[in-house]
Design a protein around this ligand. Structure first.
Ligand code: ACM
Length: 549
């Protein structure tokens, strides 16, 4: 009898205390799914405002990052102290620099029991991943106390390169949103932010040596209204633009670094250069024309947007890429190289004379000549290049990383030529494509990349596996071209939940993947996160699948 009463009180006690004590979410809900994990209720760690974060010197910045996240998520304000601090009876979260057990890049161990939650990692990215997993195991909302389960999680990524891109040329986004975007990447264990800073519709990076790039090139007089295919075309006749100062860039790069994210800037040349030639017509094949920053989308072969190969242009490229190299710590700088129409070079006698004088046999080789020149300028600053797959139209040395926006075929070709490859195929990794076939869905470029297409994507084409060339695939990236994304919540609507699916493609061993279970975790743990962040997302992801062709 006595025992029963005790049991009843204990059940009631649990129910009552859940209101002020948080219940830790299940280890089975983590996204992306970890390599291995176990959890028991045996010796839960009591976390409260008395808990102290003890951080090794290497992870001081991550301790502050964790402190901020705990305050946001649980309203727990914790102190930070050096690792050997005595904290008496209080529980502690230890951020430990460890190169022995954490024996791979970006790996972390998360262990807990009794008074300690311990995250061990060999590098900043690994520590950040451990912090993200830890936060996924804490309640989403204010708590006074949490019983954190006893866990042992060992985890590391499948691919070394896990990227998300954002085009800020077609539409520009505030620094605060870029930080939010970087937070989204960090949560999902991505490690590269590809920042598409320049294009025909606007140059968005302050360059001290060429101020007209932002005085002129950052502004367009008008923007297309509605879809590119609508006829007649309509324009809003409103000046639009803006740019990021070098101080803002440094702020963003630093913000990303604390979160284990590398920022790769893209300066897109020798095509996609309309904003450059609007600022400095002398770099175009028609220096006497009046150029304007583009006000419509899709320029290829329709409007001249290429750089002319003359000494002033190459001096410009050297100076700009040197400034960019000094601004971004990234080992790799992206030089674009995509969709360079050859017809303007063919039609220009001076370009033809330049080719003849330099023994360049055709316009494809001229494109490669530009890429080689810029690679050389970047090598002087110890940087390597990434370019879109068109850079392989000519012969390049194999340090250049190929970002393939075509299909498996281009990826296979690049790997066969011994280039490292980042897979970024339009189908299914352009998140500017539609995620439904509903005619009322918000405007997108074209195409159809529903959630299941993203989840089932394998960055390693089967043929490469057979050829034993899979090691050339560094990873993958989703691209977000913003012609039809004029404001941050539209970007969120387009990336969520597809970005969450991609995080599991890039992180988790394919043998552990399961779409039904992914959707269960998405609904149980991640949709509430989007809401908590105040982020928009596409809600009808279960209705629209690849079967709806
Ligand atoms: C691209 O979509 N032109 C990279």
């Amino acid at each position: 009898m006595k025992k029963r009463w005790l049991a009843l009180f204990s059940v009631l006690g649990t129910v009552i205390s859940l209101h002020c004590r948080g219940q830790a979410p299940s280890v089975n809900n983590i996204v992306p799914k970890p390599v291995s994990y176990t959890a028991t209720d045996e010796r839960p760690v009591t976390l409260s405002r008395h808990t102290v974060i003890l951080a090794d010197d290497e992870y001081k910045a991550q301790a502050e990052y964790l402190q901020g996240l705990l305050l946001d998520q649980c309203d727990l304000a914790l102190a930070i102290a050096p690792p050997d601090t005595k904290v008496g009876r209080h529980s502690r979260i230890m951020l430990v620099h460890d190169t022995i057990e954490a024996n791979r890049p970006e790996m972390y161990w998360l262990e807990s029991g009794g008074p300690v939650v311990r995250i061990k990692a060999r590098d900043v990215a690994g520590m950040v991943h451990g912090i993200q997993t830890f936060l996924q195991l804490l309640p989403l909302g204010k708590v006074k106390e949490v019983k954190f389960p006893t866990v042992e999680i060992k985890d590391y990524p499948r691919f070394a390169y896990r990227g998300m891109h954002l085009d800020v040329s077609r539409h520009i986004f505030p620094v605060d949103f870029l930080k939010k975007y970087i937070d989204y990447l960090a949560f999902h264990k991505f490690n590269n932010f590809h920042w598409h800073l320049t294009d025909d519709q606007g140059w968005r990076l302050e360059i001290k040596s060429y101020p007209k790039l932002t005085q002129v090139g950052a502004w367009r007089n008008s923007t297309l209204i509605g879809h590119f295919k609508d006829t007649p075309a309509r324009y809003d006749s409103t000046r639009y633009g803006g740019f990021y100062t070098q101080d803002q860039v440094r702020e963003i790069v630093q913000y990303a670094a604390v979160r284990g994210i590398n920022v790769i800037p893209e300066i897109d040349i020798p095509g996609h250069s309309r904003a450059i030639i609007a600022s400095y017509p002398e770099f175009s094949t028609k220096p006497d024309s009046a150029w304007q920053v583009a006000n419509t989308w899709g320029m290829y072969n329709r409007q001249n947007n290429v750089l002319a190969p003359n000494p002033a242009t190459f001096k410009f490229l050297e100076t700009v890429f040197h400034e960019v190299a000094d601004l971004f710590p990234s080992e790799y700088i992206h030089l674009g190289g995509d969709e360079c129409s050859k017809m303007w070079w063919k039609a220009d006698p001076k370009t033809q004379a330049f080719m003849k004088a330099n023994g360049i046999k055709d316009e494809k080789e001229l494109q490669t000549y530009f890429i080689k020149q810029v690679s050389g300028y970047l090598a002087q600053k110890n940087k390597k290049v990434i370019g879109w797959h068109e850079i392989l139209e000519g012969n390049l040395d194999t340090t250049a990383v190929v970002m393939n926006w075509g299909g498996a075929k281009q990826g296979i070709e690049a790997a066969q030529r011994r280039h490292p490859v980042i897979m970024s195929p339009g189908n299914p990794l352009y998140f500017d494509n539609y995620q439904s076939k509903d005619p009322k869905d918000s405007l997108a470029i074209h195409g159809y990349n529903p959630l299941d297409a993203v989840y089932h994507f394998n960055p390693v084409p089967a043929e490469l596996q057979q050829l034993k060339l899979d090691r050339y695939i560094l990873g993958a990236q989703a691209n977000v071209w913003t012609e039809y994304m004029g404001y941050p919540s539209k970007v969120e609507y387009m990336v969520f939940p597809r970005m969450t699916a991609l995080s599991e493609v890039l992180w988790t061993d394919p043998k552990q993947k399961d779409f039904a279970d992914f959707k269960r975790r998405l609904k149980a743990a991640i949709l509430p996160r989007y809401t908590f962040w105040g982020s928009a997302y596409f809600k009808d992801f279960e209705r629209w699948t690849l079967a709806d062709k």
